[in-house]
Ligand binder design. Structure first.
Ligand code: CP
Length: 337
């Protein structure tokens, strides 16, 4: 894969060499993300940020990543604040926005919409999530997190044992993560979901074709036993016809401290792309796990910044210039964890 000038629309674009290259650049971004140093390598560059679905992590971390590299962010959120609400097409929007920006990140509720937009864009476009289809930068930060969390253990990415739990039908993060895991060897994968929310057959087929052992089950306890990682997901209410339909499945698989203690190995890492649904009746990942040291969800969201910095640096071809444009920070940077 050649990063410079490329769109990032699907995780299928990545091979293992590209993943390793990205992770290596992400490692080099850590001092900047942690405010130990600053860099102005993208001074003068503009990120166009267009989020037509709600987002906290993806929108803000992409913006922060660009700012941390010295660039500026111009953004629009929600259809109601965009000329799309007046009937403007994705084609016209892409032609216009790509005249104002050096790179664009976009989230849109329809599968394939970001690729359609990218086809008309004159600058690289990163998919920040298109409907139930894909969320490639999330998969990359998830895999980067898994690698860091398992560092120092005998098990690496090859031979990984992982359970994905919840809404595997509409959860775009698990679709992209599964495709990324297909690059590795000898995985044991438990897919825990209600029958109606199973992982799409083509994604399961890709995992099996890669030689991985795949167990599909509706039994949470069996699915999360003997795994290195439990990756919990929210019921994607916004993809259902009604809230009532989503309610049928909400709260079905609840991971809390007692379920974890009874079923998981002592060091099983707990992940979730977030947001978790903390409302009464949902709680797929209970707040009583907040003090569990194996809860990696906030380390995971922090890793979104370095992965997105690395994507920008590679796509805009400045990865080898970051250090040259760096210097000390001059503000109070101590963080409490
Ligand atoms: N994980 C994720 O995509 O979160 P947001 O919806 O807050 O961006």
């Amino acid at each position: 894969m050649r990063f410079a000038g490329s769109h990032v629309l699907s995780i299928s674009q990545f091979d293992r060499a590209a993943v390793e290259q990205l992770f290596s650049v992400a490692d080099a971004m850590r001092p900047f993300a942690h405010r130990e140093q600053m860099t102005r390598v993208l001074d003068g560059a503009i990120l166009g940020s267009m989020f037509f679905e709600p987002s906290t992590r993806t929108r803000i971390s992409f913006g922060s990543a660009f700012n941390l590299l010295g660039g500026e962010v111009r953004e629009t959120t929600g259809f109601e604040h965009s000329a799309i609400a007046k009937g403007e097409s994705l084609y016209d929007t892409a032609r216009v926005l790509s005249g104002y920006s050096d790179i664009i990140v976009m989230r849109h509720p329809e599968d394939g919409s970001v690729a359609e937009f990218a086809a008309a864009s004159r600058v690289p476009v990163i998919n920040g999530g298109d409907g139930a289809n894909e969320h490639p930068s999330q998969a990359l930060l998830d895999l980067y997190t898994i690698r860091l969390e398992l560092a120092g253990r005998s098990r690496g990415l090859d031979g990984l044992r992982i359970a994905m739990v919840g809404d595997l039908r509409y959860g775009r993060t698990v679709h992209s993560l599964s495709k990324l895991l297909s690059l590795f060897t000898g995985l044991q994968i438990s897919l825990v979901s209600p029958e109606a929310l199973r992982m799409p057959a083509e994604v399961v087929d890709e995992l099996r074709s890669a030689g991985h052992q795949v167990l599909e089950t509706e039994a949470l306890e069996a699915g999360i036993a003997d795994v290195d990682i439990v990756y919990s997901t929210r019921i994607q209410e916004e993809r259902f016809a009604s809230r009532e339909e989503a309610d049928i499945y909400r709260g079905r698989f609840r991971l809390n401290q007692s379920v974890y203690t009874a079923n998981c190995e002592p060091n099983t890492v707990i992940m979730h792309p977030l947001p978790r649904d903390s409302r009464e009746g949902a709680r797929e990942l209970d707040v009583d796990l907040n003090d569990n040291p194996n809860l990696a969800i906030f380390r995971q969201s922090d890793n979104g910044v370095v992965i997105r910095m690395a994507l920008f640096a590679l796509i805009l071809d400045v990865a080898d210039q970051v250090e040259k444009h760096s210097g000390p920070v001059n503000w109070f940077t101590e963080r409490r964890f």
